[in-house]
Design a protein around this ligand. Structure first.
Ligand SMILES: Cc1cc2nc3c(=O)[nH]c(=O)nc-3n(C[C@H](O)[C@H](O)[C@H](O)COP(=O)(O)O)c2cc1C
Length: 161
Protein backbone atom coordinates (compact mmCIF):
# COMPACT_ATOMS: atom_id res chain seq x y z
CA UNK A 1 0.00 0.00 0.00
CA UNK A 2 1.63 3.22 -1.16
CA UNK A 3 0.57 6.44 0.52
CA UNK A 4 0.97 9.68 -1.44
CA UNK A 5 1.91 12.95 0.27
CA UNK A 6 1.47 16.45 -1.13
CA UNK A 7 3.01 19.59 0.33
CA UNK A 8 5.98 21.93 0.26
CA UNK A 9 7.36 22.08 3.80
CA UNK A 10 10.23 19.57 3.97
CA UNK A 11 10.00 19.21 7.77
CA UNK A 12 6.26 18.53 7.76
CA UNK A 13 6.57 16.20 4.78
CA UNK A 14 9.20 14.20 6.67
CA UNK A 15 6.97 13.95 9.76
CA UNK A 16 4.02 12.81 7.64
CA UNK A 17 6.18 10.29 5.77
CA UNK A 18 7.23 8.72 9.08
CA UNK A 19 3.60 8.70 10.27
CA UNK A 20 2.48 7.03 7.03
CA UNK A 21 4.88 4.18 7.68
CA UNK A 22 3.72 3.87 11.30
CA UNK A 23 0.19 3.48 9.92
CA UNK A 24 1.30 0.68 7.59
CA UNK A 25 2.38 2.25 4.30
CA UNK A 26 4.96 0.09 2.52
CA UNK A 27 5.83 2.86 0.05
CA UNK A 28 5.67 6.64 0.35
CA UNK A 29 5.06 8.62 -2.84
CA UNK A 30 5.27 12.39 -3.25
CA UNK A 31 2.93 14.30 -5.56
CA UNK A 32 4.66 16.86 -7.80
CA UNK A 33 2.08 16.54 -10.56
CA UNK A 34 -1.25 17.86 -9.29
CA UNK A 35 -2.44 20.80 -11.47
CA UNK A 36 -5.38 21.89 -9.27
CA UNK A 37 -5.50 25.66 -8.66
CA UNK A 38 -6.25 25.36 -4.96
CA UNK A 39 -3.42 22.91 -4.46
CA UNK A 40 -0.88 24.92 -6.49
CA UNK A 41 -1.91 28.16 -4.75
CA UNK A 42 -0.80 26.55 -1.49
CA UNK A 43 2.49 25.48 -3.12
CA UNK A 44 1.63 21.81 -3.50
CA UNK A 45 1.80 19.58 -6.56
CA UNK A 46 3.05 20.65 -9.98
CA UNK A 47 3.89 24.26 -9.04
CA UNK A 48 6.91 22.83 -7.20
CA UNK A 49 8.40 21.91 -10.58
CA UNK A 50 9.40 25.58 -10.86
CA UNK A 51 11.78 24.90 -7.96
CA UNK A 52 13.83 21.71 -8.39
CA UNK A 53 15.96 22.65 -5.34
CA UNK A 54 12.85 22.65 -3.16
CA UNK A 55 11.72 19.36 -4.71
CA UNK A 56 15.10 17.99 -3.66
CA UNK A 57 14.68 19.30 -0.09
CA UNK A 58 11.20 17.78 0.20
CA UNK A 59 12.14 14.37 -1.21
CA UNK A 60 15.37 14.24 0.83
CA UNK A 61 13.47 15.09 4.03
CA UNK A 62 10.97 12.29 3.42
CA UNK A 63 13.77 9.89 2.49
CA UNK A 64 15.60 10.70 5.76
CA UNK A 65 12.45 10.28 7.84
CA UNK A 66 11.39 6.92 6.44
CA UNK A 67 13.12 3.56 7.17
CA UNK A 68 15.60 2.46 4.48
CA UNK A 69 13.49 -0.58 3.56
CA UNK A 70 10.52 1.61 2.55
CA UNK A 71 10.80 3.03 -0.98
CA UNK A 72 10.23 6.77 -1.36
CA UNK A 73 8.98 7.52 -4.87
CA UNK A 74 7.67 10.55 -6.74
CA UNK A 75 5.16 11.53 -9.37
CA UNK A 76 5.70 14.58 -11.55
CA UNK A 77 4.86 16.15 -14.91
CA UNK A 78 7.33 17.68 -17.40
CA UNK A 79 7.09 21.16 -15.88
CA UNK A 80 4.60 23.80 -14.75
CA UNK A 81 4.76 26.63 -17.31
CA UNK A 82 6.17 24.48 -20.11
CA UNK A 83 7.72 21.05 -20.69
CA UNK A 84 11.30 22.08 -20.00
CA UNK A 85 11.78 21.06 -16.36
CA UNK A 86 11.67 17.25 -16.55
CA UNK A 87 15.41 16.63 -16.55
CA UNK A 88 16.25 19.14 -13.78
CA UNK A 89 13.43 17.87 -11.56
CA UNK A 90 14.19 14.21 -12.31
CA UNK A 91 17.83 14.75 -11.37
CA UNK A 92 16.78 16.53 -8.17
CA UNK A 93 14.59 13.57 -7.19
CA UNK A 94 17.33 11.11 -8.01
CA UNK A 95 19.82 13.06 -5.89
CA UNK A 96 17.30 13.00 -3.02
CA UNK A 97 17.12 9.20 -3.18
CA UNK A 98 13.82 8.57 -4.98
CA UNK A 99 13.45 4.89 -5.83
CA UNK A 100 11.15 5.46 -8.84
CA UNK A 101 9.82 8.46 -10.74
CA UNK A 102 6.45 8.40 -12.52
CA UNK A 103 6.16 11.05 -15.23
CA UNK A 104 2.83 12.31 -16.54
CA UNK A 105 4.01 13.49 -19.95
CA UNK A 106 2.56 17.02 -19.92
CA UNK A 107 3.10 20.40 -18.31
CA UNK A 108 0.63 21.87 -15.83
CA UNK A 109 -0.44 24.27 -18.58
CA UNK A 110 -1.16 21.29 -20.88
CA UNK A 111 -3.69 20.12 -18.30
CA UNK A 112 -5.23 16.88 -19.50
CA UNK A 113 -5.39 17.88 -23.17
CA UNK A 114 -4.13 15.27 -25.68
CA UNK A 115 -1.53 14.49 -26.78
CA UNK A 116 0.82 13.32 -24.05
CA UNK A 117 4.47 14.00 -24.91
CA UNK A 118 5.94 10.55 -24.32
CA UNK A 119 9.14 11.46 -26.23
CA UNK A 120 9.94 14.02 -23.52
CA UNK A 121 9.94 11.24 -20.93
CA UNK A 122 12.85 9.58 -22.74
CA UNK A 123 14.99 12.70 -22.12
CA UNK A 124 14.52 12.31 -18.38
CA UNK A 125 14.99 8.57 -18.57
CA UNK A 126 18.34 9.09 -20.30
CA UNK A 127 19.43 11.64 -17.69
CA UNK A 128 18.83 9.53 -14.55
CA UNK A 129 19.64 6.00 -13.41
CA UNK A 130 16.47 5.90 -11.27
CA UNK A 131 13.70 3.79 -12.85
CA UNK A 132 11.23 6.01 -14.73
CA UNK A 133 7.60 5.00 -15.28
CA UNK A 134 5.71 6.57 -18.19
CA UNK A 135 2.19 7.95 -17.75
CA UNK A 136 -0.42 9.81 -19.79
CA UNK A 137 -2.99 8.93 -22.47
CA UNK A 138 -2.56 5.17 -22.38
CA UNK A 139 -6.03 3.87 -23.18
CA UNK A 140 -5.43 0.81 -25.34
CA UNK A 141 -2.94 -2.01 -25.70
CA UNK A 142 -1.66 -0.25 -28.82
CA UNK A 143 -1.07 2.95 -26.78
CA UNK A 144 0.81 0.85 -24.24
CA UNK A 145 3.23 -0.54 -26.81
CA UNK A 146 3.73 2.86 -28.50
CA UNK A 147 4.33 4.58 -25.17
CA UNK A 148 6.92 1.99 -24.20
CA UNK A 149 8.70 2.43 -27.52
CA UNK A 150 8.63 6.25 -27.59
CA UNK A 151 9.42 6.81 -23.90
CA UNK A 152 11.95 3.99 -23.66
CA UNK A 153 10.34 2.96 -20.36
CA UNK A 154 9.70 -0.70 -19.47
CA UNK A 155 6.87 0.23 -17.12
CA UNK A 156 3.85 2.47 -17.49
CA UNK A 157 1.18 3.81 -15.17
CA UNK A 158 -2.45 3.94 -16.28
CA UNK A 159 -4.83 6.48 -14.74
CA UNK A 160 -8.17 7.13 -16.45
CA UNK A 161 -7.85 4.28 -18.94
C1 LIG B 1 -9.79 12.90 -11.16
C2 LIG B 1 -8.29 12.68 -11.15
C3 LIG B 1 -7.64 12.63 -9.93
C4 LIG B 1 -6.25 12.43 -9.88
N1 LIG B 1 -5.62 12.36 -8.67
C5 LIG B 1 -4.29 12.10 -8.61
C6 LIG B 1 -3.61 11.95 -7.37
O1 LIG B 1 -4.19 12.08 -6.29
N2 LIG B 1 -2.30 11.67 -7.41
C7 LIG B 1 -1.61 11.51 -8.58
O2 LIG B 1 -0.41 11.24 -8.55
N3 LIG B 1 -2.21 11.65 -9.77
C8 LIG B 1 -3.53 11.93 -9.81
N4 LIG B 1 -4.15 12.08 -11.03
C9 LIG B 1 -3.36 12.03 -12.26
C10 LIG B 1 -3.27 10.61 -12.80
O3 LIG B 1 -2.53 9.82 -11.90
C11 LIG B 1 -2.54 10.58 -14.14
O4 LIG B 1 -1.26 11.12 -14.01
C12 LIG B 1 -3.27 11.34 -15.23
O5 LIG B 1 -4.67 11.10 -15.21
C13 LIG B 1 -2.71 11.01 -16.61
O6 LIG B 1 -2.76 9.61 -16.84
P1 LIG B 1 -3.97 8.96 -17.71
O7 LIG B 1 -3.95 9.66 -19.06
O8 LIG B 1 -3.62 7.49 -17.78
O9 LIG B 1 -5.24 9.22 -16.97
C14 LIG B 1 -5.53 12.28 -11.10
C15 LIG B 1 -6.21 12.34 -12.32
C16 LIG B 1 -7.56 12.54 -12.38
C17 LIG B 1 -8.25 12.59 -13.72
Amino acid sequence: MALQLLGSDPKQMGLHGARAVELGATQVDINFGCPAKTVNKHKGGCVLMREPELMYEIAAAVRRAVPDAIPVTAKMRLGYDDRSMGVACGQALEAAGAAEIVIHARSKVDGYKPPAYWEEISKVRNAVATPVIANGEIWTVDDYWRCREVSGCDDVMIGRG
